[in-house]
Structures are given as structure tokens and as C-alpha cells.
Design a binder for this molecule. Sequence first.
Ligand code: ADP
Ligand code: TRP
Length: 339
Amino acid sequence: MHKTQENHKKVVLTGVTPSGTPHIGNYIGAIKPALDMAKSSAFDAYFFIADYHSLIKLWDASVRQQYIYEIAATWLALGLDPSKVIFYRQSDISEILELNWILTSIAAKGLLNRAHAYKAHVDENRAQENPDLDAGITMGLYNYPILMAADIIMFNADLVPVGKDQVQHIEIARDIANRFNHIYKTSLLKIPTAMVDESCQTIPGLDGRKMSKSYGNTIPLFAPSKKLRKLIMKIKTNSQAPEEPKSTEGCTIFSLYQQFASQEEIDHLADEYQKGIGWGQAKQILFEKIDEVLTPFREKYEHLLGNTHIIDNALEEGAKKARAIAKPLLSSIKQQIGI
Ligand code: ADP
Ligand code: TRP
């Protein structure tokens, strides 16, 4: 076994699908908490780019490659240390796909019929009165939770930090791992646990709904200053006059400010709201704060994207370490199943 798995530290593992440019919601809701965990000496952290998962929703090769680099550059720019975290690209670890088939062979079809991404498509077809309820659904979409189970099980993950929408997939991974252990009378596969940060706020987007690439209301994390300002100026506000006292509750500008400013600065802006502040001025204050916090990271990000060999090298090193863990586990699994 690789030395990092000998010391009984808990393994924390999470993946990001390269299907869009990272936005402020991804940063606050997923990337920042994961990086904080990786800093703790209580864990061995595995973070990976789930490029095979992106095949399901994205069929443009050059766009995919761009997103892979953008996501890798984001994590590295924000301080991921590849010598401390095992940071890799899913497609570099062919063992995951071997395990994927082994797990597919024991996964109950009924379990996957209930997976919400598949069910949502079927429901949509039904709503559209399409006689073919499986219209537009690929086997990739259908099997996707099994690939996710393989991602997790391949590295003996204990904890999997995910958004609420992904919890069902961790339940599926637990079910499949238990079933394998039961069928082959073993305890070889670790049973993972989902970790959902309930305290983590949902970051609102430009229109006040949850910031999400599906709503087209995002602020890209590393938008250049000019673009960042332009986007912030587009945040939807009410029609209160500048001098009217304003509520901070449910205010998108204020919510975003809270994620980047110090307590003292937050209190100060709350005072200004009470006294009456124009929305234009509040947006300018928000822009200046976010720009100040993100500029040093943006500079690193741009440097990495201009020098993608640095990213390639980091991912290659990570793949070597990841395979050193995956290989012996896959061998044990194959032995267990008589192959
Ligand atoms: P999107 O909704 O833009 O497609 P994803 O579903 O790819 O984003 O989310 C990736 C991660 O970022 C998940 O862990 C998710 O919980 C987190 N995340 C996405 N949007 C937000 C948001 N607005 N607020 C907080 N966390 C978010
Ligand atoms: N499906 C996850 C998402 O869309 C990404 C992902 C793929 C993942 N494999 C994983 C997350 C394994 C955690 C563990 O957000």
C-alpha cells in the first residue's frame, strides 16, 4: 500500500466534472471547504477531475480540454499543494474503469432506475408526452452513479464531500460496495459516507436564484476585473431610492459581500444599508472587495493557463500516486472475484 494509506488517516475524496467554468458558487460551496479539509493533518485528500463523467453532458472535445485546464488551474491557483493532496485526472487511472465494470456486474438495475438524474429525464419525457420515455437518455447517464461508485471505492474513501444533489449517489455507492462484500464474502471494499456541509450557504447568482451554470446567472471566479465589475453591476436589485434604508436580508449584494469581507467590513456595510445606500454604490463596494481578494489568485490562474505544462506535470505526478493506490486494490479485488 502507498504510505499515505498506511497511517489510518481518514481518506477524503471528491471529484469535479469539467462541464463549465468554475464560478463563485462552486468556490464558496465546494472548492474552499475541500481545500480547508486538505490542510488538516487528520485526512489524506484525493481531489480529481472527473473528465469521463463530463462525456455524458458535453460532446465538444476542445471545450472539454479547456474546462479540464480551467478546473485544474483553479484548484492549483487557490492553493492546492500537489505534494500534499493526490490530485489527478480520472481518465489517467484506467483501474477505475476496470472496477466500473466489476461493479456494474453486481449493481441492481432497480437501484439505478431510481437515480434522480435518470428519473428527471424520464419525467421530462413524460411531461412532454413523448411516447419514448427513454428518448435522449444515454447509457452513460443511466450508469453514471456506478462510475461514481468506482471513483470512490477505488481509493478506500471514508468521506465524500458533495453538494446535496449528490448524496443519493453516495448512497448508491454504499449499496454497491455492501453488495460486493456480501456476494464475495469479504470486507475488501470500504463503505463511504457523504459529507454535506449544512452550514454552507447557497450563493445567489445575478438574478437572485442559486448561482448555477444551468441558470446562466454565474460570476466566473476568475473573470478579469473589467468583466467582474460589469457582471456585478448587473445584479438584480429592487427599485428602492438611494436614500431609503435597506434590508440586508435576502440581498444578493450583501450575501456575496459576506463571503469575501471581514466581520468589521460586513458590519460597516450593514450600517450603510440602514442609513440608506444607493445600489450602484453598494455594487461598487462589492466589486472592489471581490476584486481585491481574488486578484492574486487570478494572476496565478492566468499564469497556469498560459503555461499548461505546469498543470500537465502536476496531474501526471498525481496520477502516479493515485495508481500506486488503485493498482494493488484492483489486484486484490480481481483475486477475490476469481480473475
Ligand atoms: P452548477 O450548479 O453551476 O452546475 P455544480 O452542480 O457543478 O454547479 O456544482 C459543483 C459544486 O459546487 C457542488 O458541490 C455544489 O454544491 C457547489 N455549488 C454550486 N453552485 C453553488 C451555489 N450557488 N452555492 C453554493 N454551492 C454551490
Ligand atoms: N458527480 C459529481 C458532480 O457532478 C462529480 C463526481 C464524479 C464526484 N465522481 C465523484 C464527486 C466522486 C464525489 C466523488 O458534482
